[in-house]
Design a protein around this ligand. Structure first.
Ligand SMILES: [Fe+2]
Length: 375
């Protein structure tokens, strides 16, 4: 399969991965043949890109670290809880109800169970969300990515649960920020940014006031925008003054924002987003956490195109957790750019003289100015 932006979607292409909305509805079903009216529907709903079957390699498939059902249920729960909190925001800063806390806990437990079962898998897919569902998909992704990092760091179940709840609720404080500010296209004024900077404090209060939730989960919401060098907000904490849960969630939050395709901005490729995270380890992020995070992500996901050090072009066929930068490739073009007669597979762990020089983005170039805004 390969990821195609909606602008490049052509009638006749076959959908490879079902796209769900946050109300559990199917926006696009796997196996469906793309018709012109779908393309306009997807545009209307603000679906930025779609996985389609790559006609060159229909046999290449990939498994997700968390099943589609679990993801959809978690996204629906996130939407329900965040919408309820937001409805109550009119009458002041509230707290989560016991039912809402239970709902979040159940989803986090399901995610943890699956991640532990699928321990050998790495993240190969970018999840696709409609514009309206971005926040809910992001909450679930930040939860999944934080938990994978924590499992890598050796956390036991109780700490995983506290972290996961904090991570899925990390932006719950945004329910208190006016929508005109949150959805404002372009640069925020200084005053508007001051408003946005209050969301971690609001989130802390909302989670903390619910007796059924750990205060550590509340601290994830409070500290997820703190940065190791003290340049974060709201308190400008430094290094280990920031709770490790929040140091983990900070990396997951930035990474997911970097790779997400939005309607107005193409996402970064995983390899580039991982470089940005690694490049800011020690400055914004805890190096130990950034390393544990990176171990869970395929820099060159299954199905993506790469250029090798020999200038040959290949598609990634298989990624193994122990050798993320040395996948099995299928070579499709020779060093001069000519298609090879019969594509053949090459295991980079067996050919240490050859390496991947760069990932090829079939969607075209990304705007480098986007990095600064997202860190
Ligand atoms: Fe945030």
């Amino acid at each position: 399969m390969k990821l195609v932006t909606v602008d490049r979607l052509q009638p006749g292409m076959v959908v490879a991965k079902t796209v769900f909305g946050a109300d559990r509805q199917v926006l696009l079903a796997s196996g469906m043949v793309v018709k012109p009216q779908f393309i306009s529907q997807l545009r209307r709903r603000g679906v930025p890109s779609v996985y389609i079957v790559d006609e060159r390699f229909p046999d290449i498939e990939t498994a997700d670290v968390v099943s589609a059902e679990t993801r959809v249920e978690a996204m629906a729960a996130a939407k329900e809880v965040l919408s309820e909190v937001k409805d109550r925001a009119k009458s002041g800063l509230g707290k989560l109800t016991g039912t809402e806390a239970r709902k979040v806990k159940d989803q986090v437990n399901n995610i943890i169970d699956e991640l532990i079962q699928n321990r050998e898998l790495v993240v190969n897919l970018t999840d696709i969300r409609a514009a309206d569902d971005y926040t809910f998909g992001h909450s679930v992704n930040v939860c999944i990515l934080s938990l994978m990092t924590a499992i890598g760091l050796g956390y036991e179940p109780q700490r995983l649960r506290e972290l996961g709840i904090g991570a899925i609720l990390h932006d719950v404080g945004k329910t208190q920020i006016p929508e005109e500010i949150l959805n404002k296209p372009g640069v925020l004024s200084a005053g508007e940014f001051e408003e946005v900077k209050k969301h971690p404090t609001y989130g802390f209060e909302i989670v903390r006031r619910q007796d059924g939730l750990s205060s550590l989960s509340a601290h994830v919401a409070y500290q997820h925008h703190e940065r190791s060098n003290g340049e974060g907000y709201p308190r400008g904490l430094i290094g280990t003054e920031i709770h490790e849960f929040a140091r983990i969630t900070a990396v997951a939050d930035v990474y997911d924002a970097l790779v997400a395709d939005r309607v107005y901005r193409r996402g970064f490729l995983p390899a580039d987003a991982l470089d940005i995270i690694a490049g800011n380890a020690g400055r914004f992020f805890d190096p130990k956490v950034a390393k544990a995070f990176g171990d869970n992500i395929a820099p060159y996901p299954v199905g993506s195109l790469v250029q090798m050090s020999t200038k040959e072009v290949a598609v990634v066929v298989k990624v193994r957790r122990a050798y993320p930068r040395h996948p099995i490739l299928r070579v499709i073009k020779d060093g001069r750019g000519h298609p090879v007669g019969e594509p053949y597979d090459l295991d980079l762990t067996q050919h240490r003289d050859v390496r991947i020089a760069r990932a090829i983005d079939e969607r075209g170039p990304v705007d480098p100015r986007d990095v600064k805004q997202l860190l």
